[in-house]
Design a protein around this ligand. Structure first.
Ligand code: ARG
Length: 459
């Protein structure tokens, strides 16, 4: 039975009911709805709407319901209740009769759904923090294992300067740490309890909302009832956390797909996260990475949809807001799955050190070194840049790398070049030169790694 039948003389059209009902997705709020209801029953007792005995009976019945929902979350789906709030109330009345009908005193589904969703967001966000932690730890572990492995660094997907595999890992770690911070910030902001805001104007009972908020584990109660029932900022924020983090993972996936390609051959992805082709027996496709990249699109899409839905809404609650859940659930599920999959992919990743070194050595990626060498000999950088450009063309014409030019050949480009140029052009020297903070010298990488390990340990 609907919660609101009295005002109506006819039942709703079956098609409208299907269109309107949200139980098929908001069943995921069952636990939160029951926990919120228990807290509400206690609040009602403090204002004498319920006697001590009534509250105890309500609480016992709600706890029974909680156990059955935890055992079997799909149980809720067997009902034709309109939404999770109607379901809980209906179940309660089935269990304990008329007493169940008192629970909704002073409460609205508007403050109820806002509270349920915030409780759910808090729980889910904490799980996501754990997934983020795990992927961050994986990146640090990988950086440690491959410390010293050289990797070509790219700009415009052209070999630019050598970096190291560890440096690559730590770059993604930076992004994930920012994602982590954002998520924590979001958790901090959403930690306010809307319960007791009623439909929009506040509850008609003198309930201590701060105590109620604390009893549900919130830091404080919301300050304005109109805002409390209309606010979905946390939904947008969490979806945007997911969006940003998926964008990072998608870039990581793209790098790994490229490194895994036959053309570069820098890495081999684990059998655990790759698949074969039904036709071409030689293939080992980086599906996990492609799916991370692919699923990023739908997370972006859900965020855009949510923003569009909210943009024109007048205060306070509007049914449009029921549209907040499916996109949020899907985005956070997708984000969590992708974080897990990325961690799995990094667990068993093989790096082909010879290939990465060979590639890092090619592509004239020591050209900047030659320019810096000329600068050290007193030539202004802009001029040095030009000279090296010409030297690169000369080497390309001869089909050799810069370091294979003889001193005589070098002197055609600049008379200041002597024998001491060769040590400068080695991979090792190229890396070692970048010893300022954040650079790729072995000391800097060691420093960055130790710092990162410490940050994670301190959490
Ligand atoms: N199922 C609704 C939602 O998710 C619950 C709130 C309904 N409130 C109302 N006034 N009809 O938004």
């Amino acid at each position: 039975m609907a919660l609101w039948g009295g005002r109506f003389s006819h039942a709703a059209d079956v098609k409208f009911k299907l269109f309107n009902d949200s139980l098929r997705f908001d069943y995921r709020l069952a636990e939160q709805d029951i926990i919120g209801s228990i807290a509400w029953s206690k609040a009602l007792q403090t204002v004498d709407v319920l006697t001590n005995d009534e509250q105890k009976r309500l609480e016992a019945a709600l706890n029974e319901l909680l156990v059955s929902v935890k055992d079997n979350p799909e149980l809720v789906l067997q009902s034709d209740a309109e939404d999770i709030h109607s379901w809980t109330e209906g179940q309660l009345i089935n269990k304990i009769g008329d007493l169940g009908k008192k629970l909704h005193t002073g409460r609205s589904r508007n403050d109820q759904v806002a509270t349920d969703l915030k409780l759910w967001c808090k729980k889910r966000a904490q799980e996501l923090v754990v997934h983020l932690d795990a992927l961050e730890a994986k990146l640090i572990e990988l950086a440690r294992i491959h410390q010293g492995v050289v990797l070509p660094g790219y700009t415009h997907l052209q070999r630019a300067q050598p970096v190291t595999f560890s440096h690559w890992c730590l770059a993604y770690l930076e992004m994930l740490e920012r994602d982590h911070d954002r998520l924590e910030g979001c958790l901090e902001r959403l930690d306010t309890c809307p319960l007791g805001s009623g439909a929009l104007a506040g509850t008609g009972y003198a309930i201590d909302r701060t105590a109620l908020a604390h009893s549900l584990g919130f830091k404080r109660a919301t300050r304005n009832s109109l805002d409390a029932v209309s606010d979905r900022d946390h939904v947008v924020e969490l979806m945007s956390c997911a969006t940003m983090s998926m964008m990072h993972m998608s870039r990581m996936a793209e790098d790994l797909i490229f490194y895994n390609s036959g053309e570069s051959g820098f890495i081999e992805m684990s059998d655990l996260v790759t698949s074969g082709s039904s036709l071409m027996p030689q293939k080992k496709n980086p599906d996990a990475m492609e799916l991370i990249r692919g699923r990023t699109g739908r997370v972006f899409g859900s965020l855009a949809a949510m923003l569009m839905t909210l943009k024109g809404l007048p205060l306070a609650y509007n049914k449009d807001m029921q549209e907040d859940k499916e996109g949020l659930f899907d985005s956070l599920d997708t984000w969590g799955d992708c974080l897990e999959m990325a961690a799995m992919a990094l667990t068993d990743l093989k790096v082909n050190e010879e290939r990465t070194k060979e590639a890092a050595q090619g592509g004239y990626s020591n050209a900047t070194e030659l320019a810096d060498y000329l600068v050290a000999k007193g030539i202004p950088f802009r001029e040095a840049h030009h000279i090296v450009g010409v030297a690169v063309v000369g080497a390309i014409e001869k089909g050799i790398p810069l370091e294979d030019l003889t001193v005589t050949q070098f002197k055609e480009f600049s008379s200041v070049i002597e024998d001491d140029v060769y040590p400068v052009l080695t991979l090792e020297a190229t890396l070692a030169a970048r010893k300022a903070l954040g650079g790729v010298s072995p000391e800097q990488i060691e420093y960055a790694l130790t710092e990162a390990e410490q940050r994670l340990a301190d959490r």
